[in-house]
Design a protein around this ligand. Structure first.
Ligand code: SF4
Length: 405
């Protein structure tokens, strides 16, 4: 099979993995040194498109042959898709050629499992080793970790990669048993634990380099019946137990000849979006998952999670922006962390007014039922239901590969 044909198959097969953002990678450059390439601290992501358009990351599978039969996966053993497999040399050559043509800034490499977990992981590690040690490639490398692989191989992967990820895929043990019976949540968490201990060790300046961009994972949304509460609870546990940099949420999209155990319809992209918003509120704003999902176990799709929370806590509003602490100001719908900080900073000089918020480009329509400033106070307090209707976002379905429809 020609290299180009392999690339078409194995880049397409990798598109379902969303855990490839590279934020957190260290800045590194070959300028004035041997070798080739740079990384930037954040923003490298995306993937190869078969038409050769400029992309930031060559995102491919080493092979889409797989001995497992995960029901939600297009590469499962029983799937009737064209198969291909790279050689180590081919991935190295592609990465270097693409880099030299300025198509990419790095490599995201994952794989189906062939022969054994160790054999597969050895191939991935060998690609990264050759890129670093033979080609002196200093660009970004993200390796997917095969959970059952020997911890020594995982340690070696961290020597060469900027980021490692282990996909948990489904939020509950029950779902993994049902949809991916050959996988084991315990083994997946053991692999995450191995990476976490190596990351902890690498904090010591004398310790060898290990995955400086940390580790991440992906959860598929809507392949099983898990609700948003279970998904977010699992994410929070993973963040704290394994110090993950990110949990990525990937709305399930039906695959050719899907088995009956997974849905025929795609999960709403908006659900994925709401999970990202809730995840950010938990990590950045100090929200607890039960605050965002106390009554219903699913996030609302029609309004964002912070607004939904505020509508069920009408007794906390309106918030006086000249008196409230920064954390409470950041909880006001329409005010983000930076603007909360700026508002508190402004108060050192004068009382915050409506015009100040407008200058900060706050969304005034969204904000006004929830705030008091020096020259504005909401006239009457509408009921939550009325407010919800007034502030609802027009429904839209986000598209997986293109712009929002
Ligand atoms: S192990 Fe990975 S590649 Fe193989 S079927 Fe499962 S999810 Fe797909």
């Amino acid at each position: 099979m020609k290299l180009r044909d392999k690339l078409e198959i194995l880049a397409d097969a990798a598109k379902y993995d969303s855990s490839c953002a590279s934020s957190g990678a260290p800045k590194r450059s070959s300028a004035g040194k041997d070798g080739l390439g740079t990384t930037t601290g954040m923003g490298i992501c995306h993937s190869y498109t078969p038409d050769g358009r400029c992309v930031a990351l060559l995102k491919i599978l080493f092979t889409n042959f797989c001995q497992y039969d995960c029901q939600y996966c297009v590469n499962r053993r029983s799937s009737n898709v064209p198969r291909a497999r790279f050689q180590v040399d081919e991935v190295v050559k592609l990465t270097m050629d693409f880099y030299r043509r300025n198509y990419i800034e790095g490599l995201f490499l994952s794989s189906g499992i062939v022969r054994s977990a160790n054999y597969t992981m050895e191939q991935l590690v060998e690609v990264a080793r050759r890129l670093r040690e033979v080609e002196l490639f200093r660009g970004y490398i993200h390796l997917k970790t095969i959970p059952d692989a020997d911890p020594q191989l995982i340690a070696l992967a961290g020597k060469y990669a900027d980021r490692l990820s282990v996909n948990i895929e489904l939020p509950t043990q029950e779902s993994v048993e049902k949809l991916a019976p050959e996988k084991n949540v315990h083994t997946i968490k053991m692999a995450m634990g191995t990476i976490r201990s190596k990351l902890d060790e690498s904090q010591d300046k004398r310790a060898p380099r290990f995955s400086p961009g940390g580790q991440s994972t992906q959860m598929i949304v809507g392949a099983d019946a898990s609700d948003d509460r279970s998904i977010l609870d699992t994410a929070v546990t993973l963040y704290s137990a394994y110090k993950l940099k990110r949990v990525y949420y990937s709305a399930f999209s039906p695959i050719p000849d899907s088995p009956s155990s997974v849905p025929l319809a795609p999960a709403p992209r908006l659900r994925e979006h709401r999970l990202y918003q809730a995840d950010f509120l938990v990590r950045g704003y100090g929200f607890q998952v039960p605050e965002l999902l106390d009554a219903d176990r699913h996030l609302a799709l029609d309004i964002d999670p912070k607004l939904a929370w505020a509508l069920t806590r009408r007794e906390l509003f309106p918030v006086d922006l000249n008196r409230a602490d920064e954390a409470m100001i950041a909880r006001v719908p329409g005010i983000g962390l930076r603007n909360a900080q700026r508002i508190v900073g402004l108060r050192r000089h004068r009382r915050v007014s409506w015009a100040d918020l407008s200058r900060l480009r706050c969304p005034m329509q969204k904000l006004k039922p929830f705030i008091v400033v020096s020259d504005y106070r909401p006239a009457a307090e509408p009921q939550s239901e009325q407010l919800r209707k007034a502030l609802i976002e027009p429904p839209r379905q986000l598209d997986l590969w293109g712009a929002a429809a």
